[in-house]
Design a binder for this molecule. Structure first.
Ligand SMILES: [Zn+2]
Ligand SMILES: [Zn+2]
Length: 392
């Protein structure tokens, strides 16, 4: 039938084709715009790179320089007035509903100049992609109508909405609003879901803000980053190469000597170290102390569990009061809380000489080992085993 277009597909087939096309768009955004262009964590073969650029022009009218600049600024100014799309500052509703508008208003010449370096300025960019920005999506509308007939109308409309909803709305909004935190990075980034399938792995936004230069976004064994799956697949064919990946610290079982390199290894690996502190010290000690808490504090146990490990700049004034009242009433928890901050001072305090840091770490371990808190003692032994070099 003519109104079903050249392909004359059934509804199920149309939905599958639509999901396939939007999936390619999502992968183009996460691999090309995000991991390659904005963070330079991934090399792409020119053929694959051009395919992504072409597909993004066709399906999103997204300009590489603009996207890259706005995203880099987001990382540089995260959760401040200057962040182009922070739900913490602007409110979740605005970022969810007006994601695309926020991008448009942030694309100022100053931002493009300052944050848009190393983006394509070749012939095809100047003469086609940037010059006739809307021509791509217009062409897409004609292709959709030709292939799918009247169904081309809804397919095209949803294609146009896909990135504003999922990337600009969900990742930039929900990804800084709700979800779980593997790591206490300095901004409010969250992992929306451990399964990074629908938005190409971008669901793992807390991991990404913690390690922005990593082209792999999953960090725990149960997390899936489908974008990383594609990178490995393209790598097999010589089309992609993750870069900048080198171990930042090594764990050498049995090592007990603390030296300047141990301090460096711990500082390099600080986000993971603090996660381990949470799992190995804070949470087990808190569980032990639960029965000693008074009736006023116990109902807030879950909140306290979060607050005891929360990045200090993200604790709101009201939460701070709750936390302080707990710490006042429980000396053991206060001790492990203070120890966690003393440890963080190793990398937070500016201007300390390596020797001072070494001295501080040695004292930290000694105090922990004589604290009488078993979990803290074990953790000190654990820290001693870190090194910049792998086991001989
Ligand atoms: Zn973000
Ligand atoms: Zn990023």
């Amino acid at each position: 039938m003519w109104f079903n277009g050249l392909l004359d597909l059934s509804v199920t087939q149309l939905i599958l084709v639509f999901l396939g096309m939007t999936h390619v768009t999502i992968i183009s955004v996460t691999l090309y715009l995000h991991r390659h262009s904005a963070h330079n964590s991934l090399d792409l073969h020119p053929v694959l790179k051009h395919f992504f650029r072409f597909w993004l022009w066709l399906t999103t009218a997204q300009n590489t320089k603009e996207w890259t600049a706005i995203h880099r600024k987001h990382h540089a100014k995260c959760e401040t007035e200057e962040d182009p799309h922070s739900p913490v500052v602007l409110g979740i509703k605005k970022v969810l509903l007006e994601g695309a508008e926020l991008y448009a208003s942030a694309a100022t010449p100053e931002n493009l100049e300052r944050y848009g370096q190393r983006t394509p300025e070749d012939w095809i960019e100047r003469n086609l992609y940037s010059r006739y920005r809307m021509a791509g999506i217009t062409l897409m509308a004609l292709i959709d109508l030709a292939l799918f007939g009247v169904h081309g109308i809804w397919i095209w409309a949803l294609q146009m909405a896909w990135i504003p909803i999922w990337a600009a709305g969900v990742v930039n909004g929900i990804g800084h609003w709700m979800g779980y935190r593997n790591f206490e990075c300095a901004d409010n980034a969250r992992n929306i879901s451990p399964l990074g399938l629908l938005i190409g792995g971008e669901e793992l936004h807390n991991n990404h803000h913690t390690y922005p230069n990593s082209s792999k976004l999953s960090r725990r064994w149960y997390e899936v980053d489908i974008g990383w799956g594609y990178i490995r697949l393209f790598q097999l064919f010589g089309l992609a190469k993750p870069k900048g990946y080198r171990p930042i610290a090594h764990y050498v079982p049995g090592k007990q000597e603390v030296d300047v390199e141990t301090v460096q290894a711990i500082a390099n690996n600080r986000f993971d170290i603090m996660r381990q502190y949470r799992k190995r010290v804070t949470e087990p000690v808190l569980r032990q102390q639960k029965s000693l808490m008074d009736d006023e504090i116990r109902p807030r146990y879950r909140k306290l569990k979060q607050l005891l490990s929360r990045e200090v700049t993200l604790i709101k004034p009201r939460e701070k009061e709750t936390l302080e009242s707990l710490l006042e009433s429980n000396a053991v928890l206060r001790q492990i809380y203070e120890k966690s901050h003393e440890l963080q001072a190793l990398w937070r305090q500016r201007g300390l000489k390596p020797q001072d840091k070494l001295q501080a770490l040695m004292e930290w371990c000694k105090e922990a080992e004589t604290s009488g808190i078993r979990y803290l003692e074990d953790f000190a032994a654990h820290l001693r085993a870190y090194s910049l070099r792998p086991a001989a």
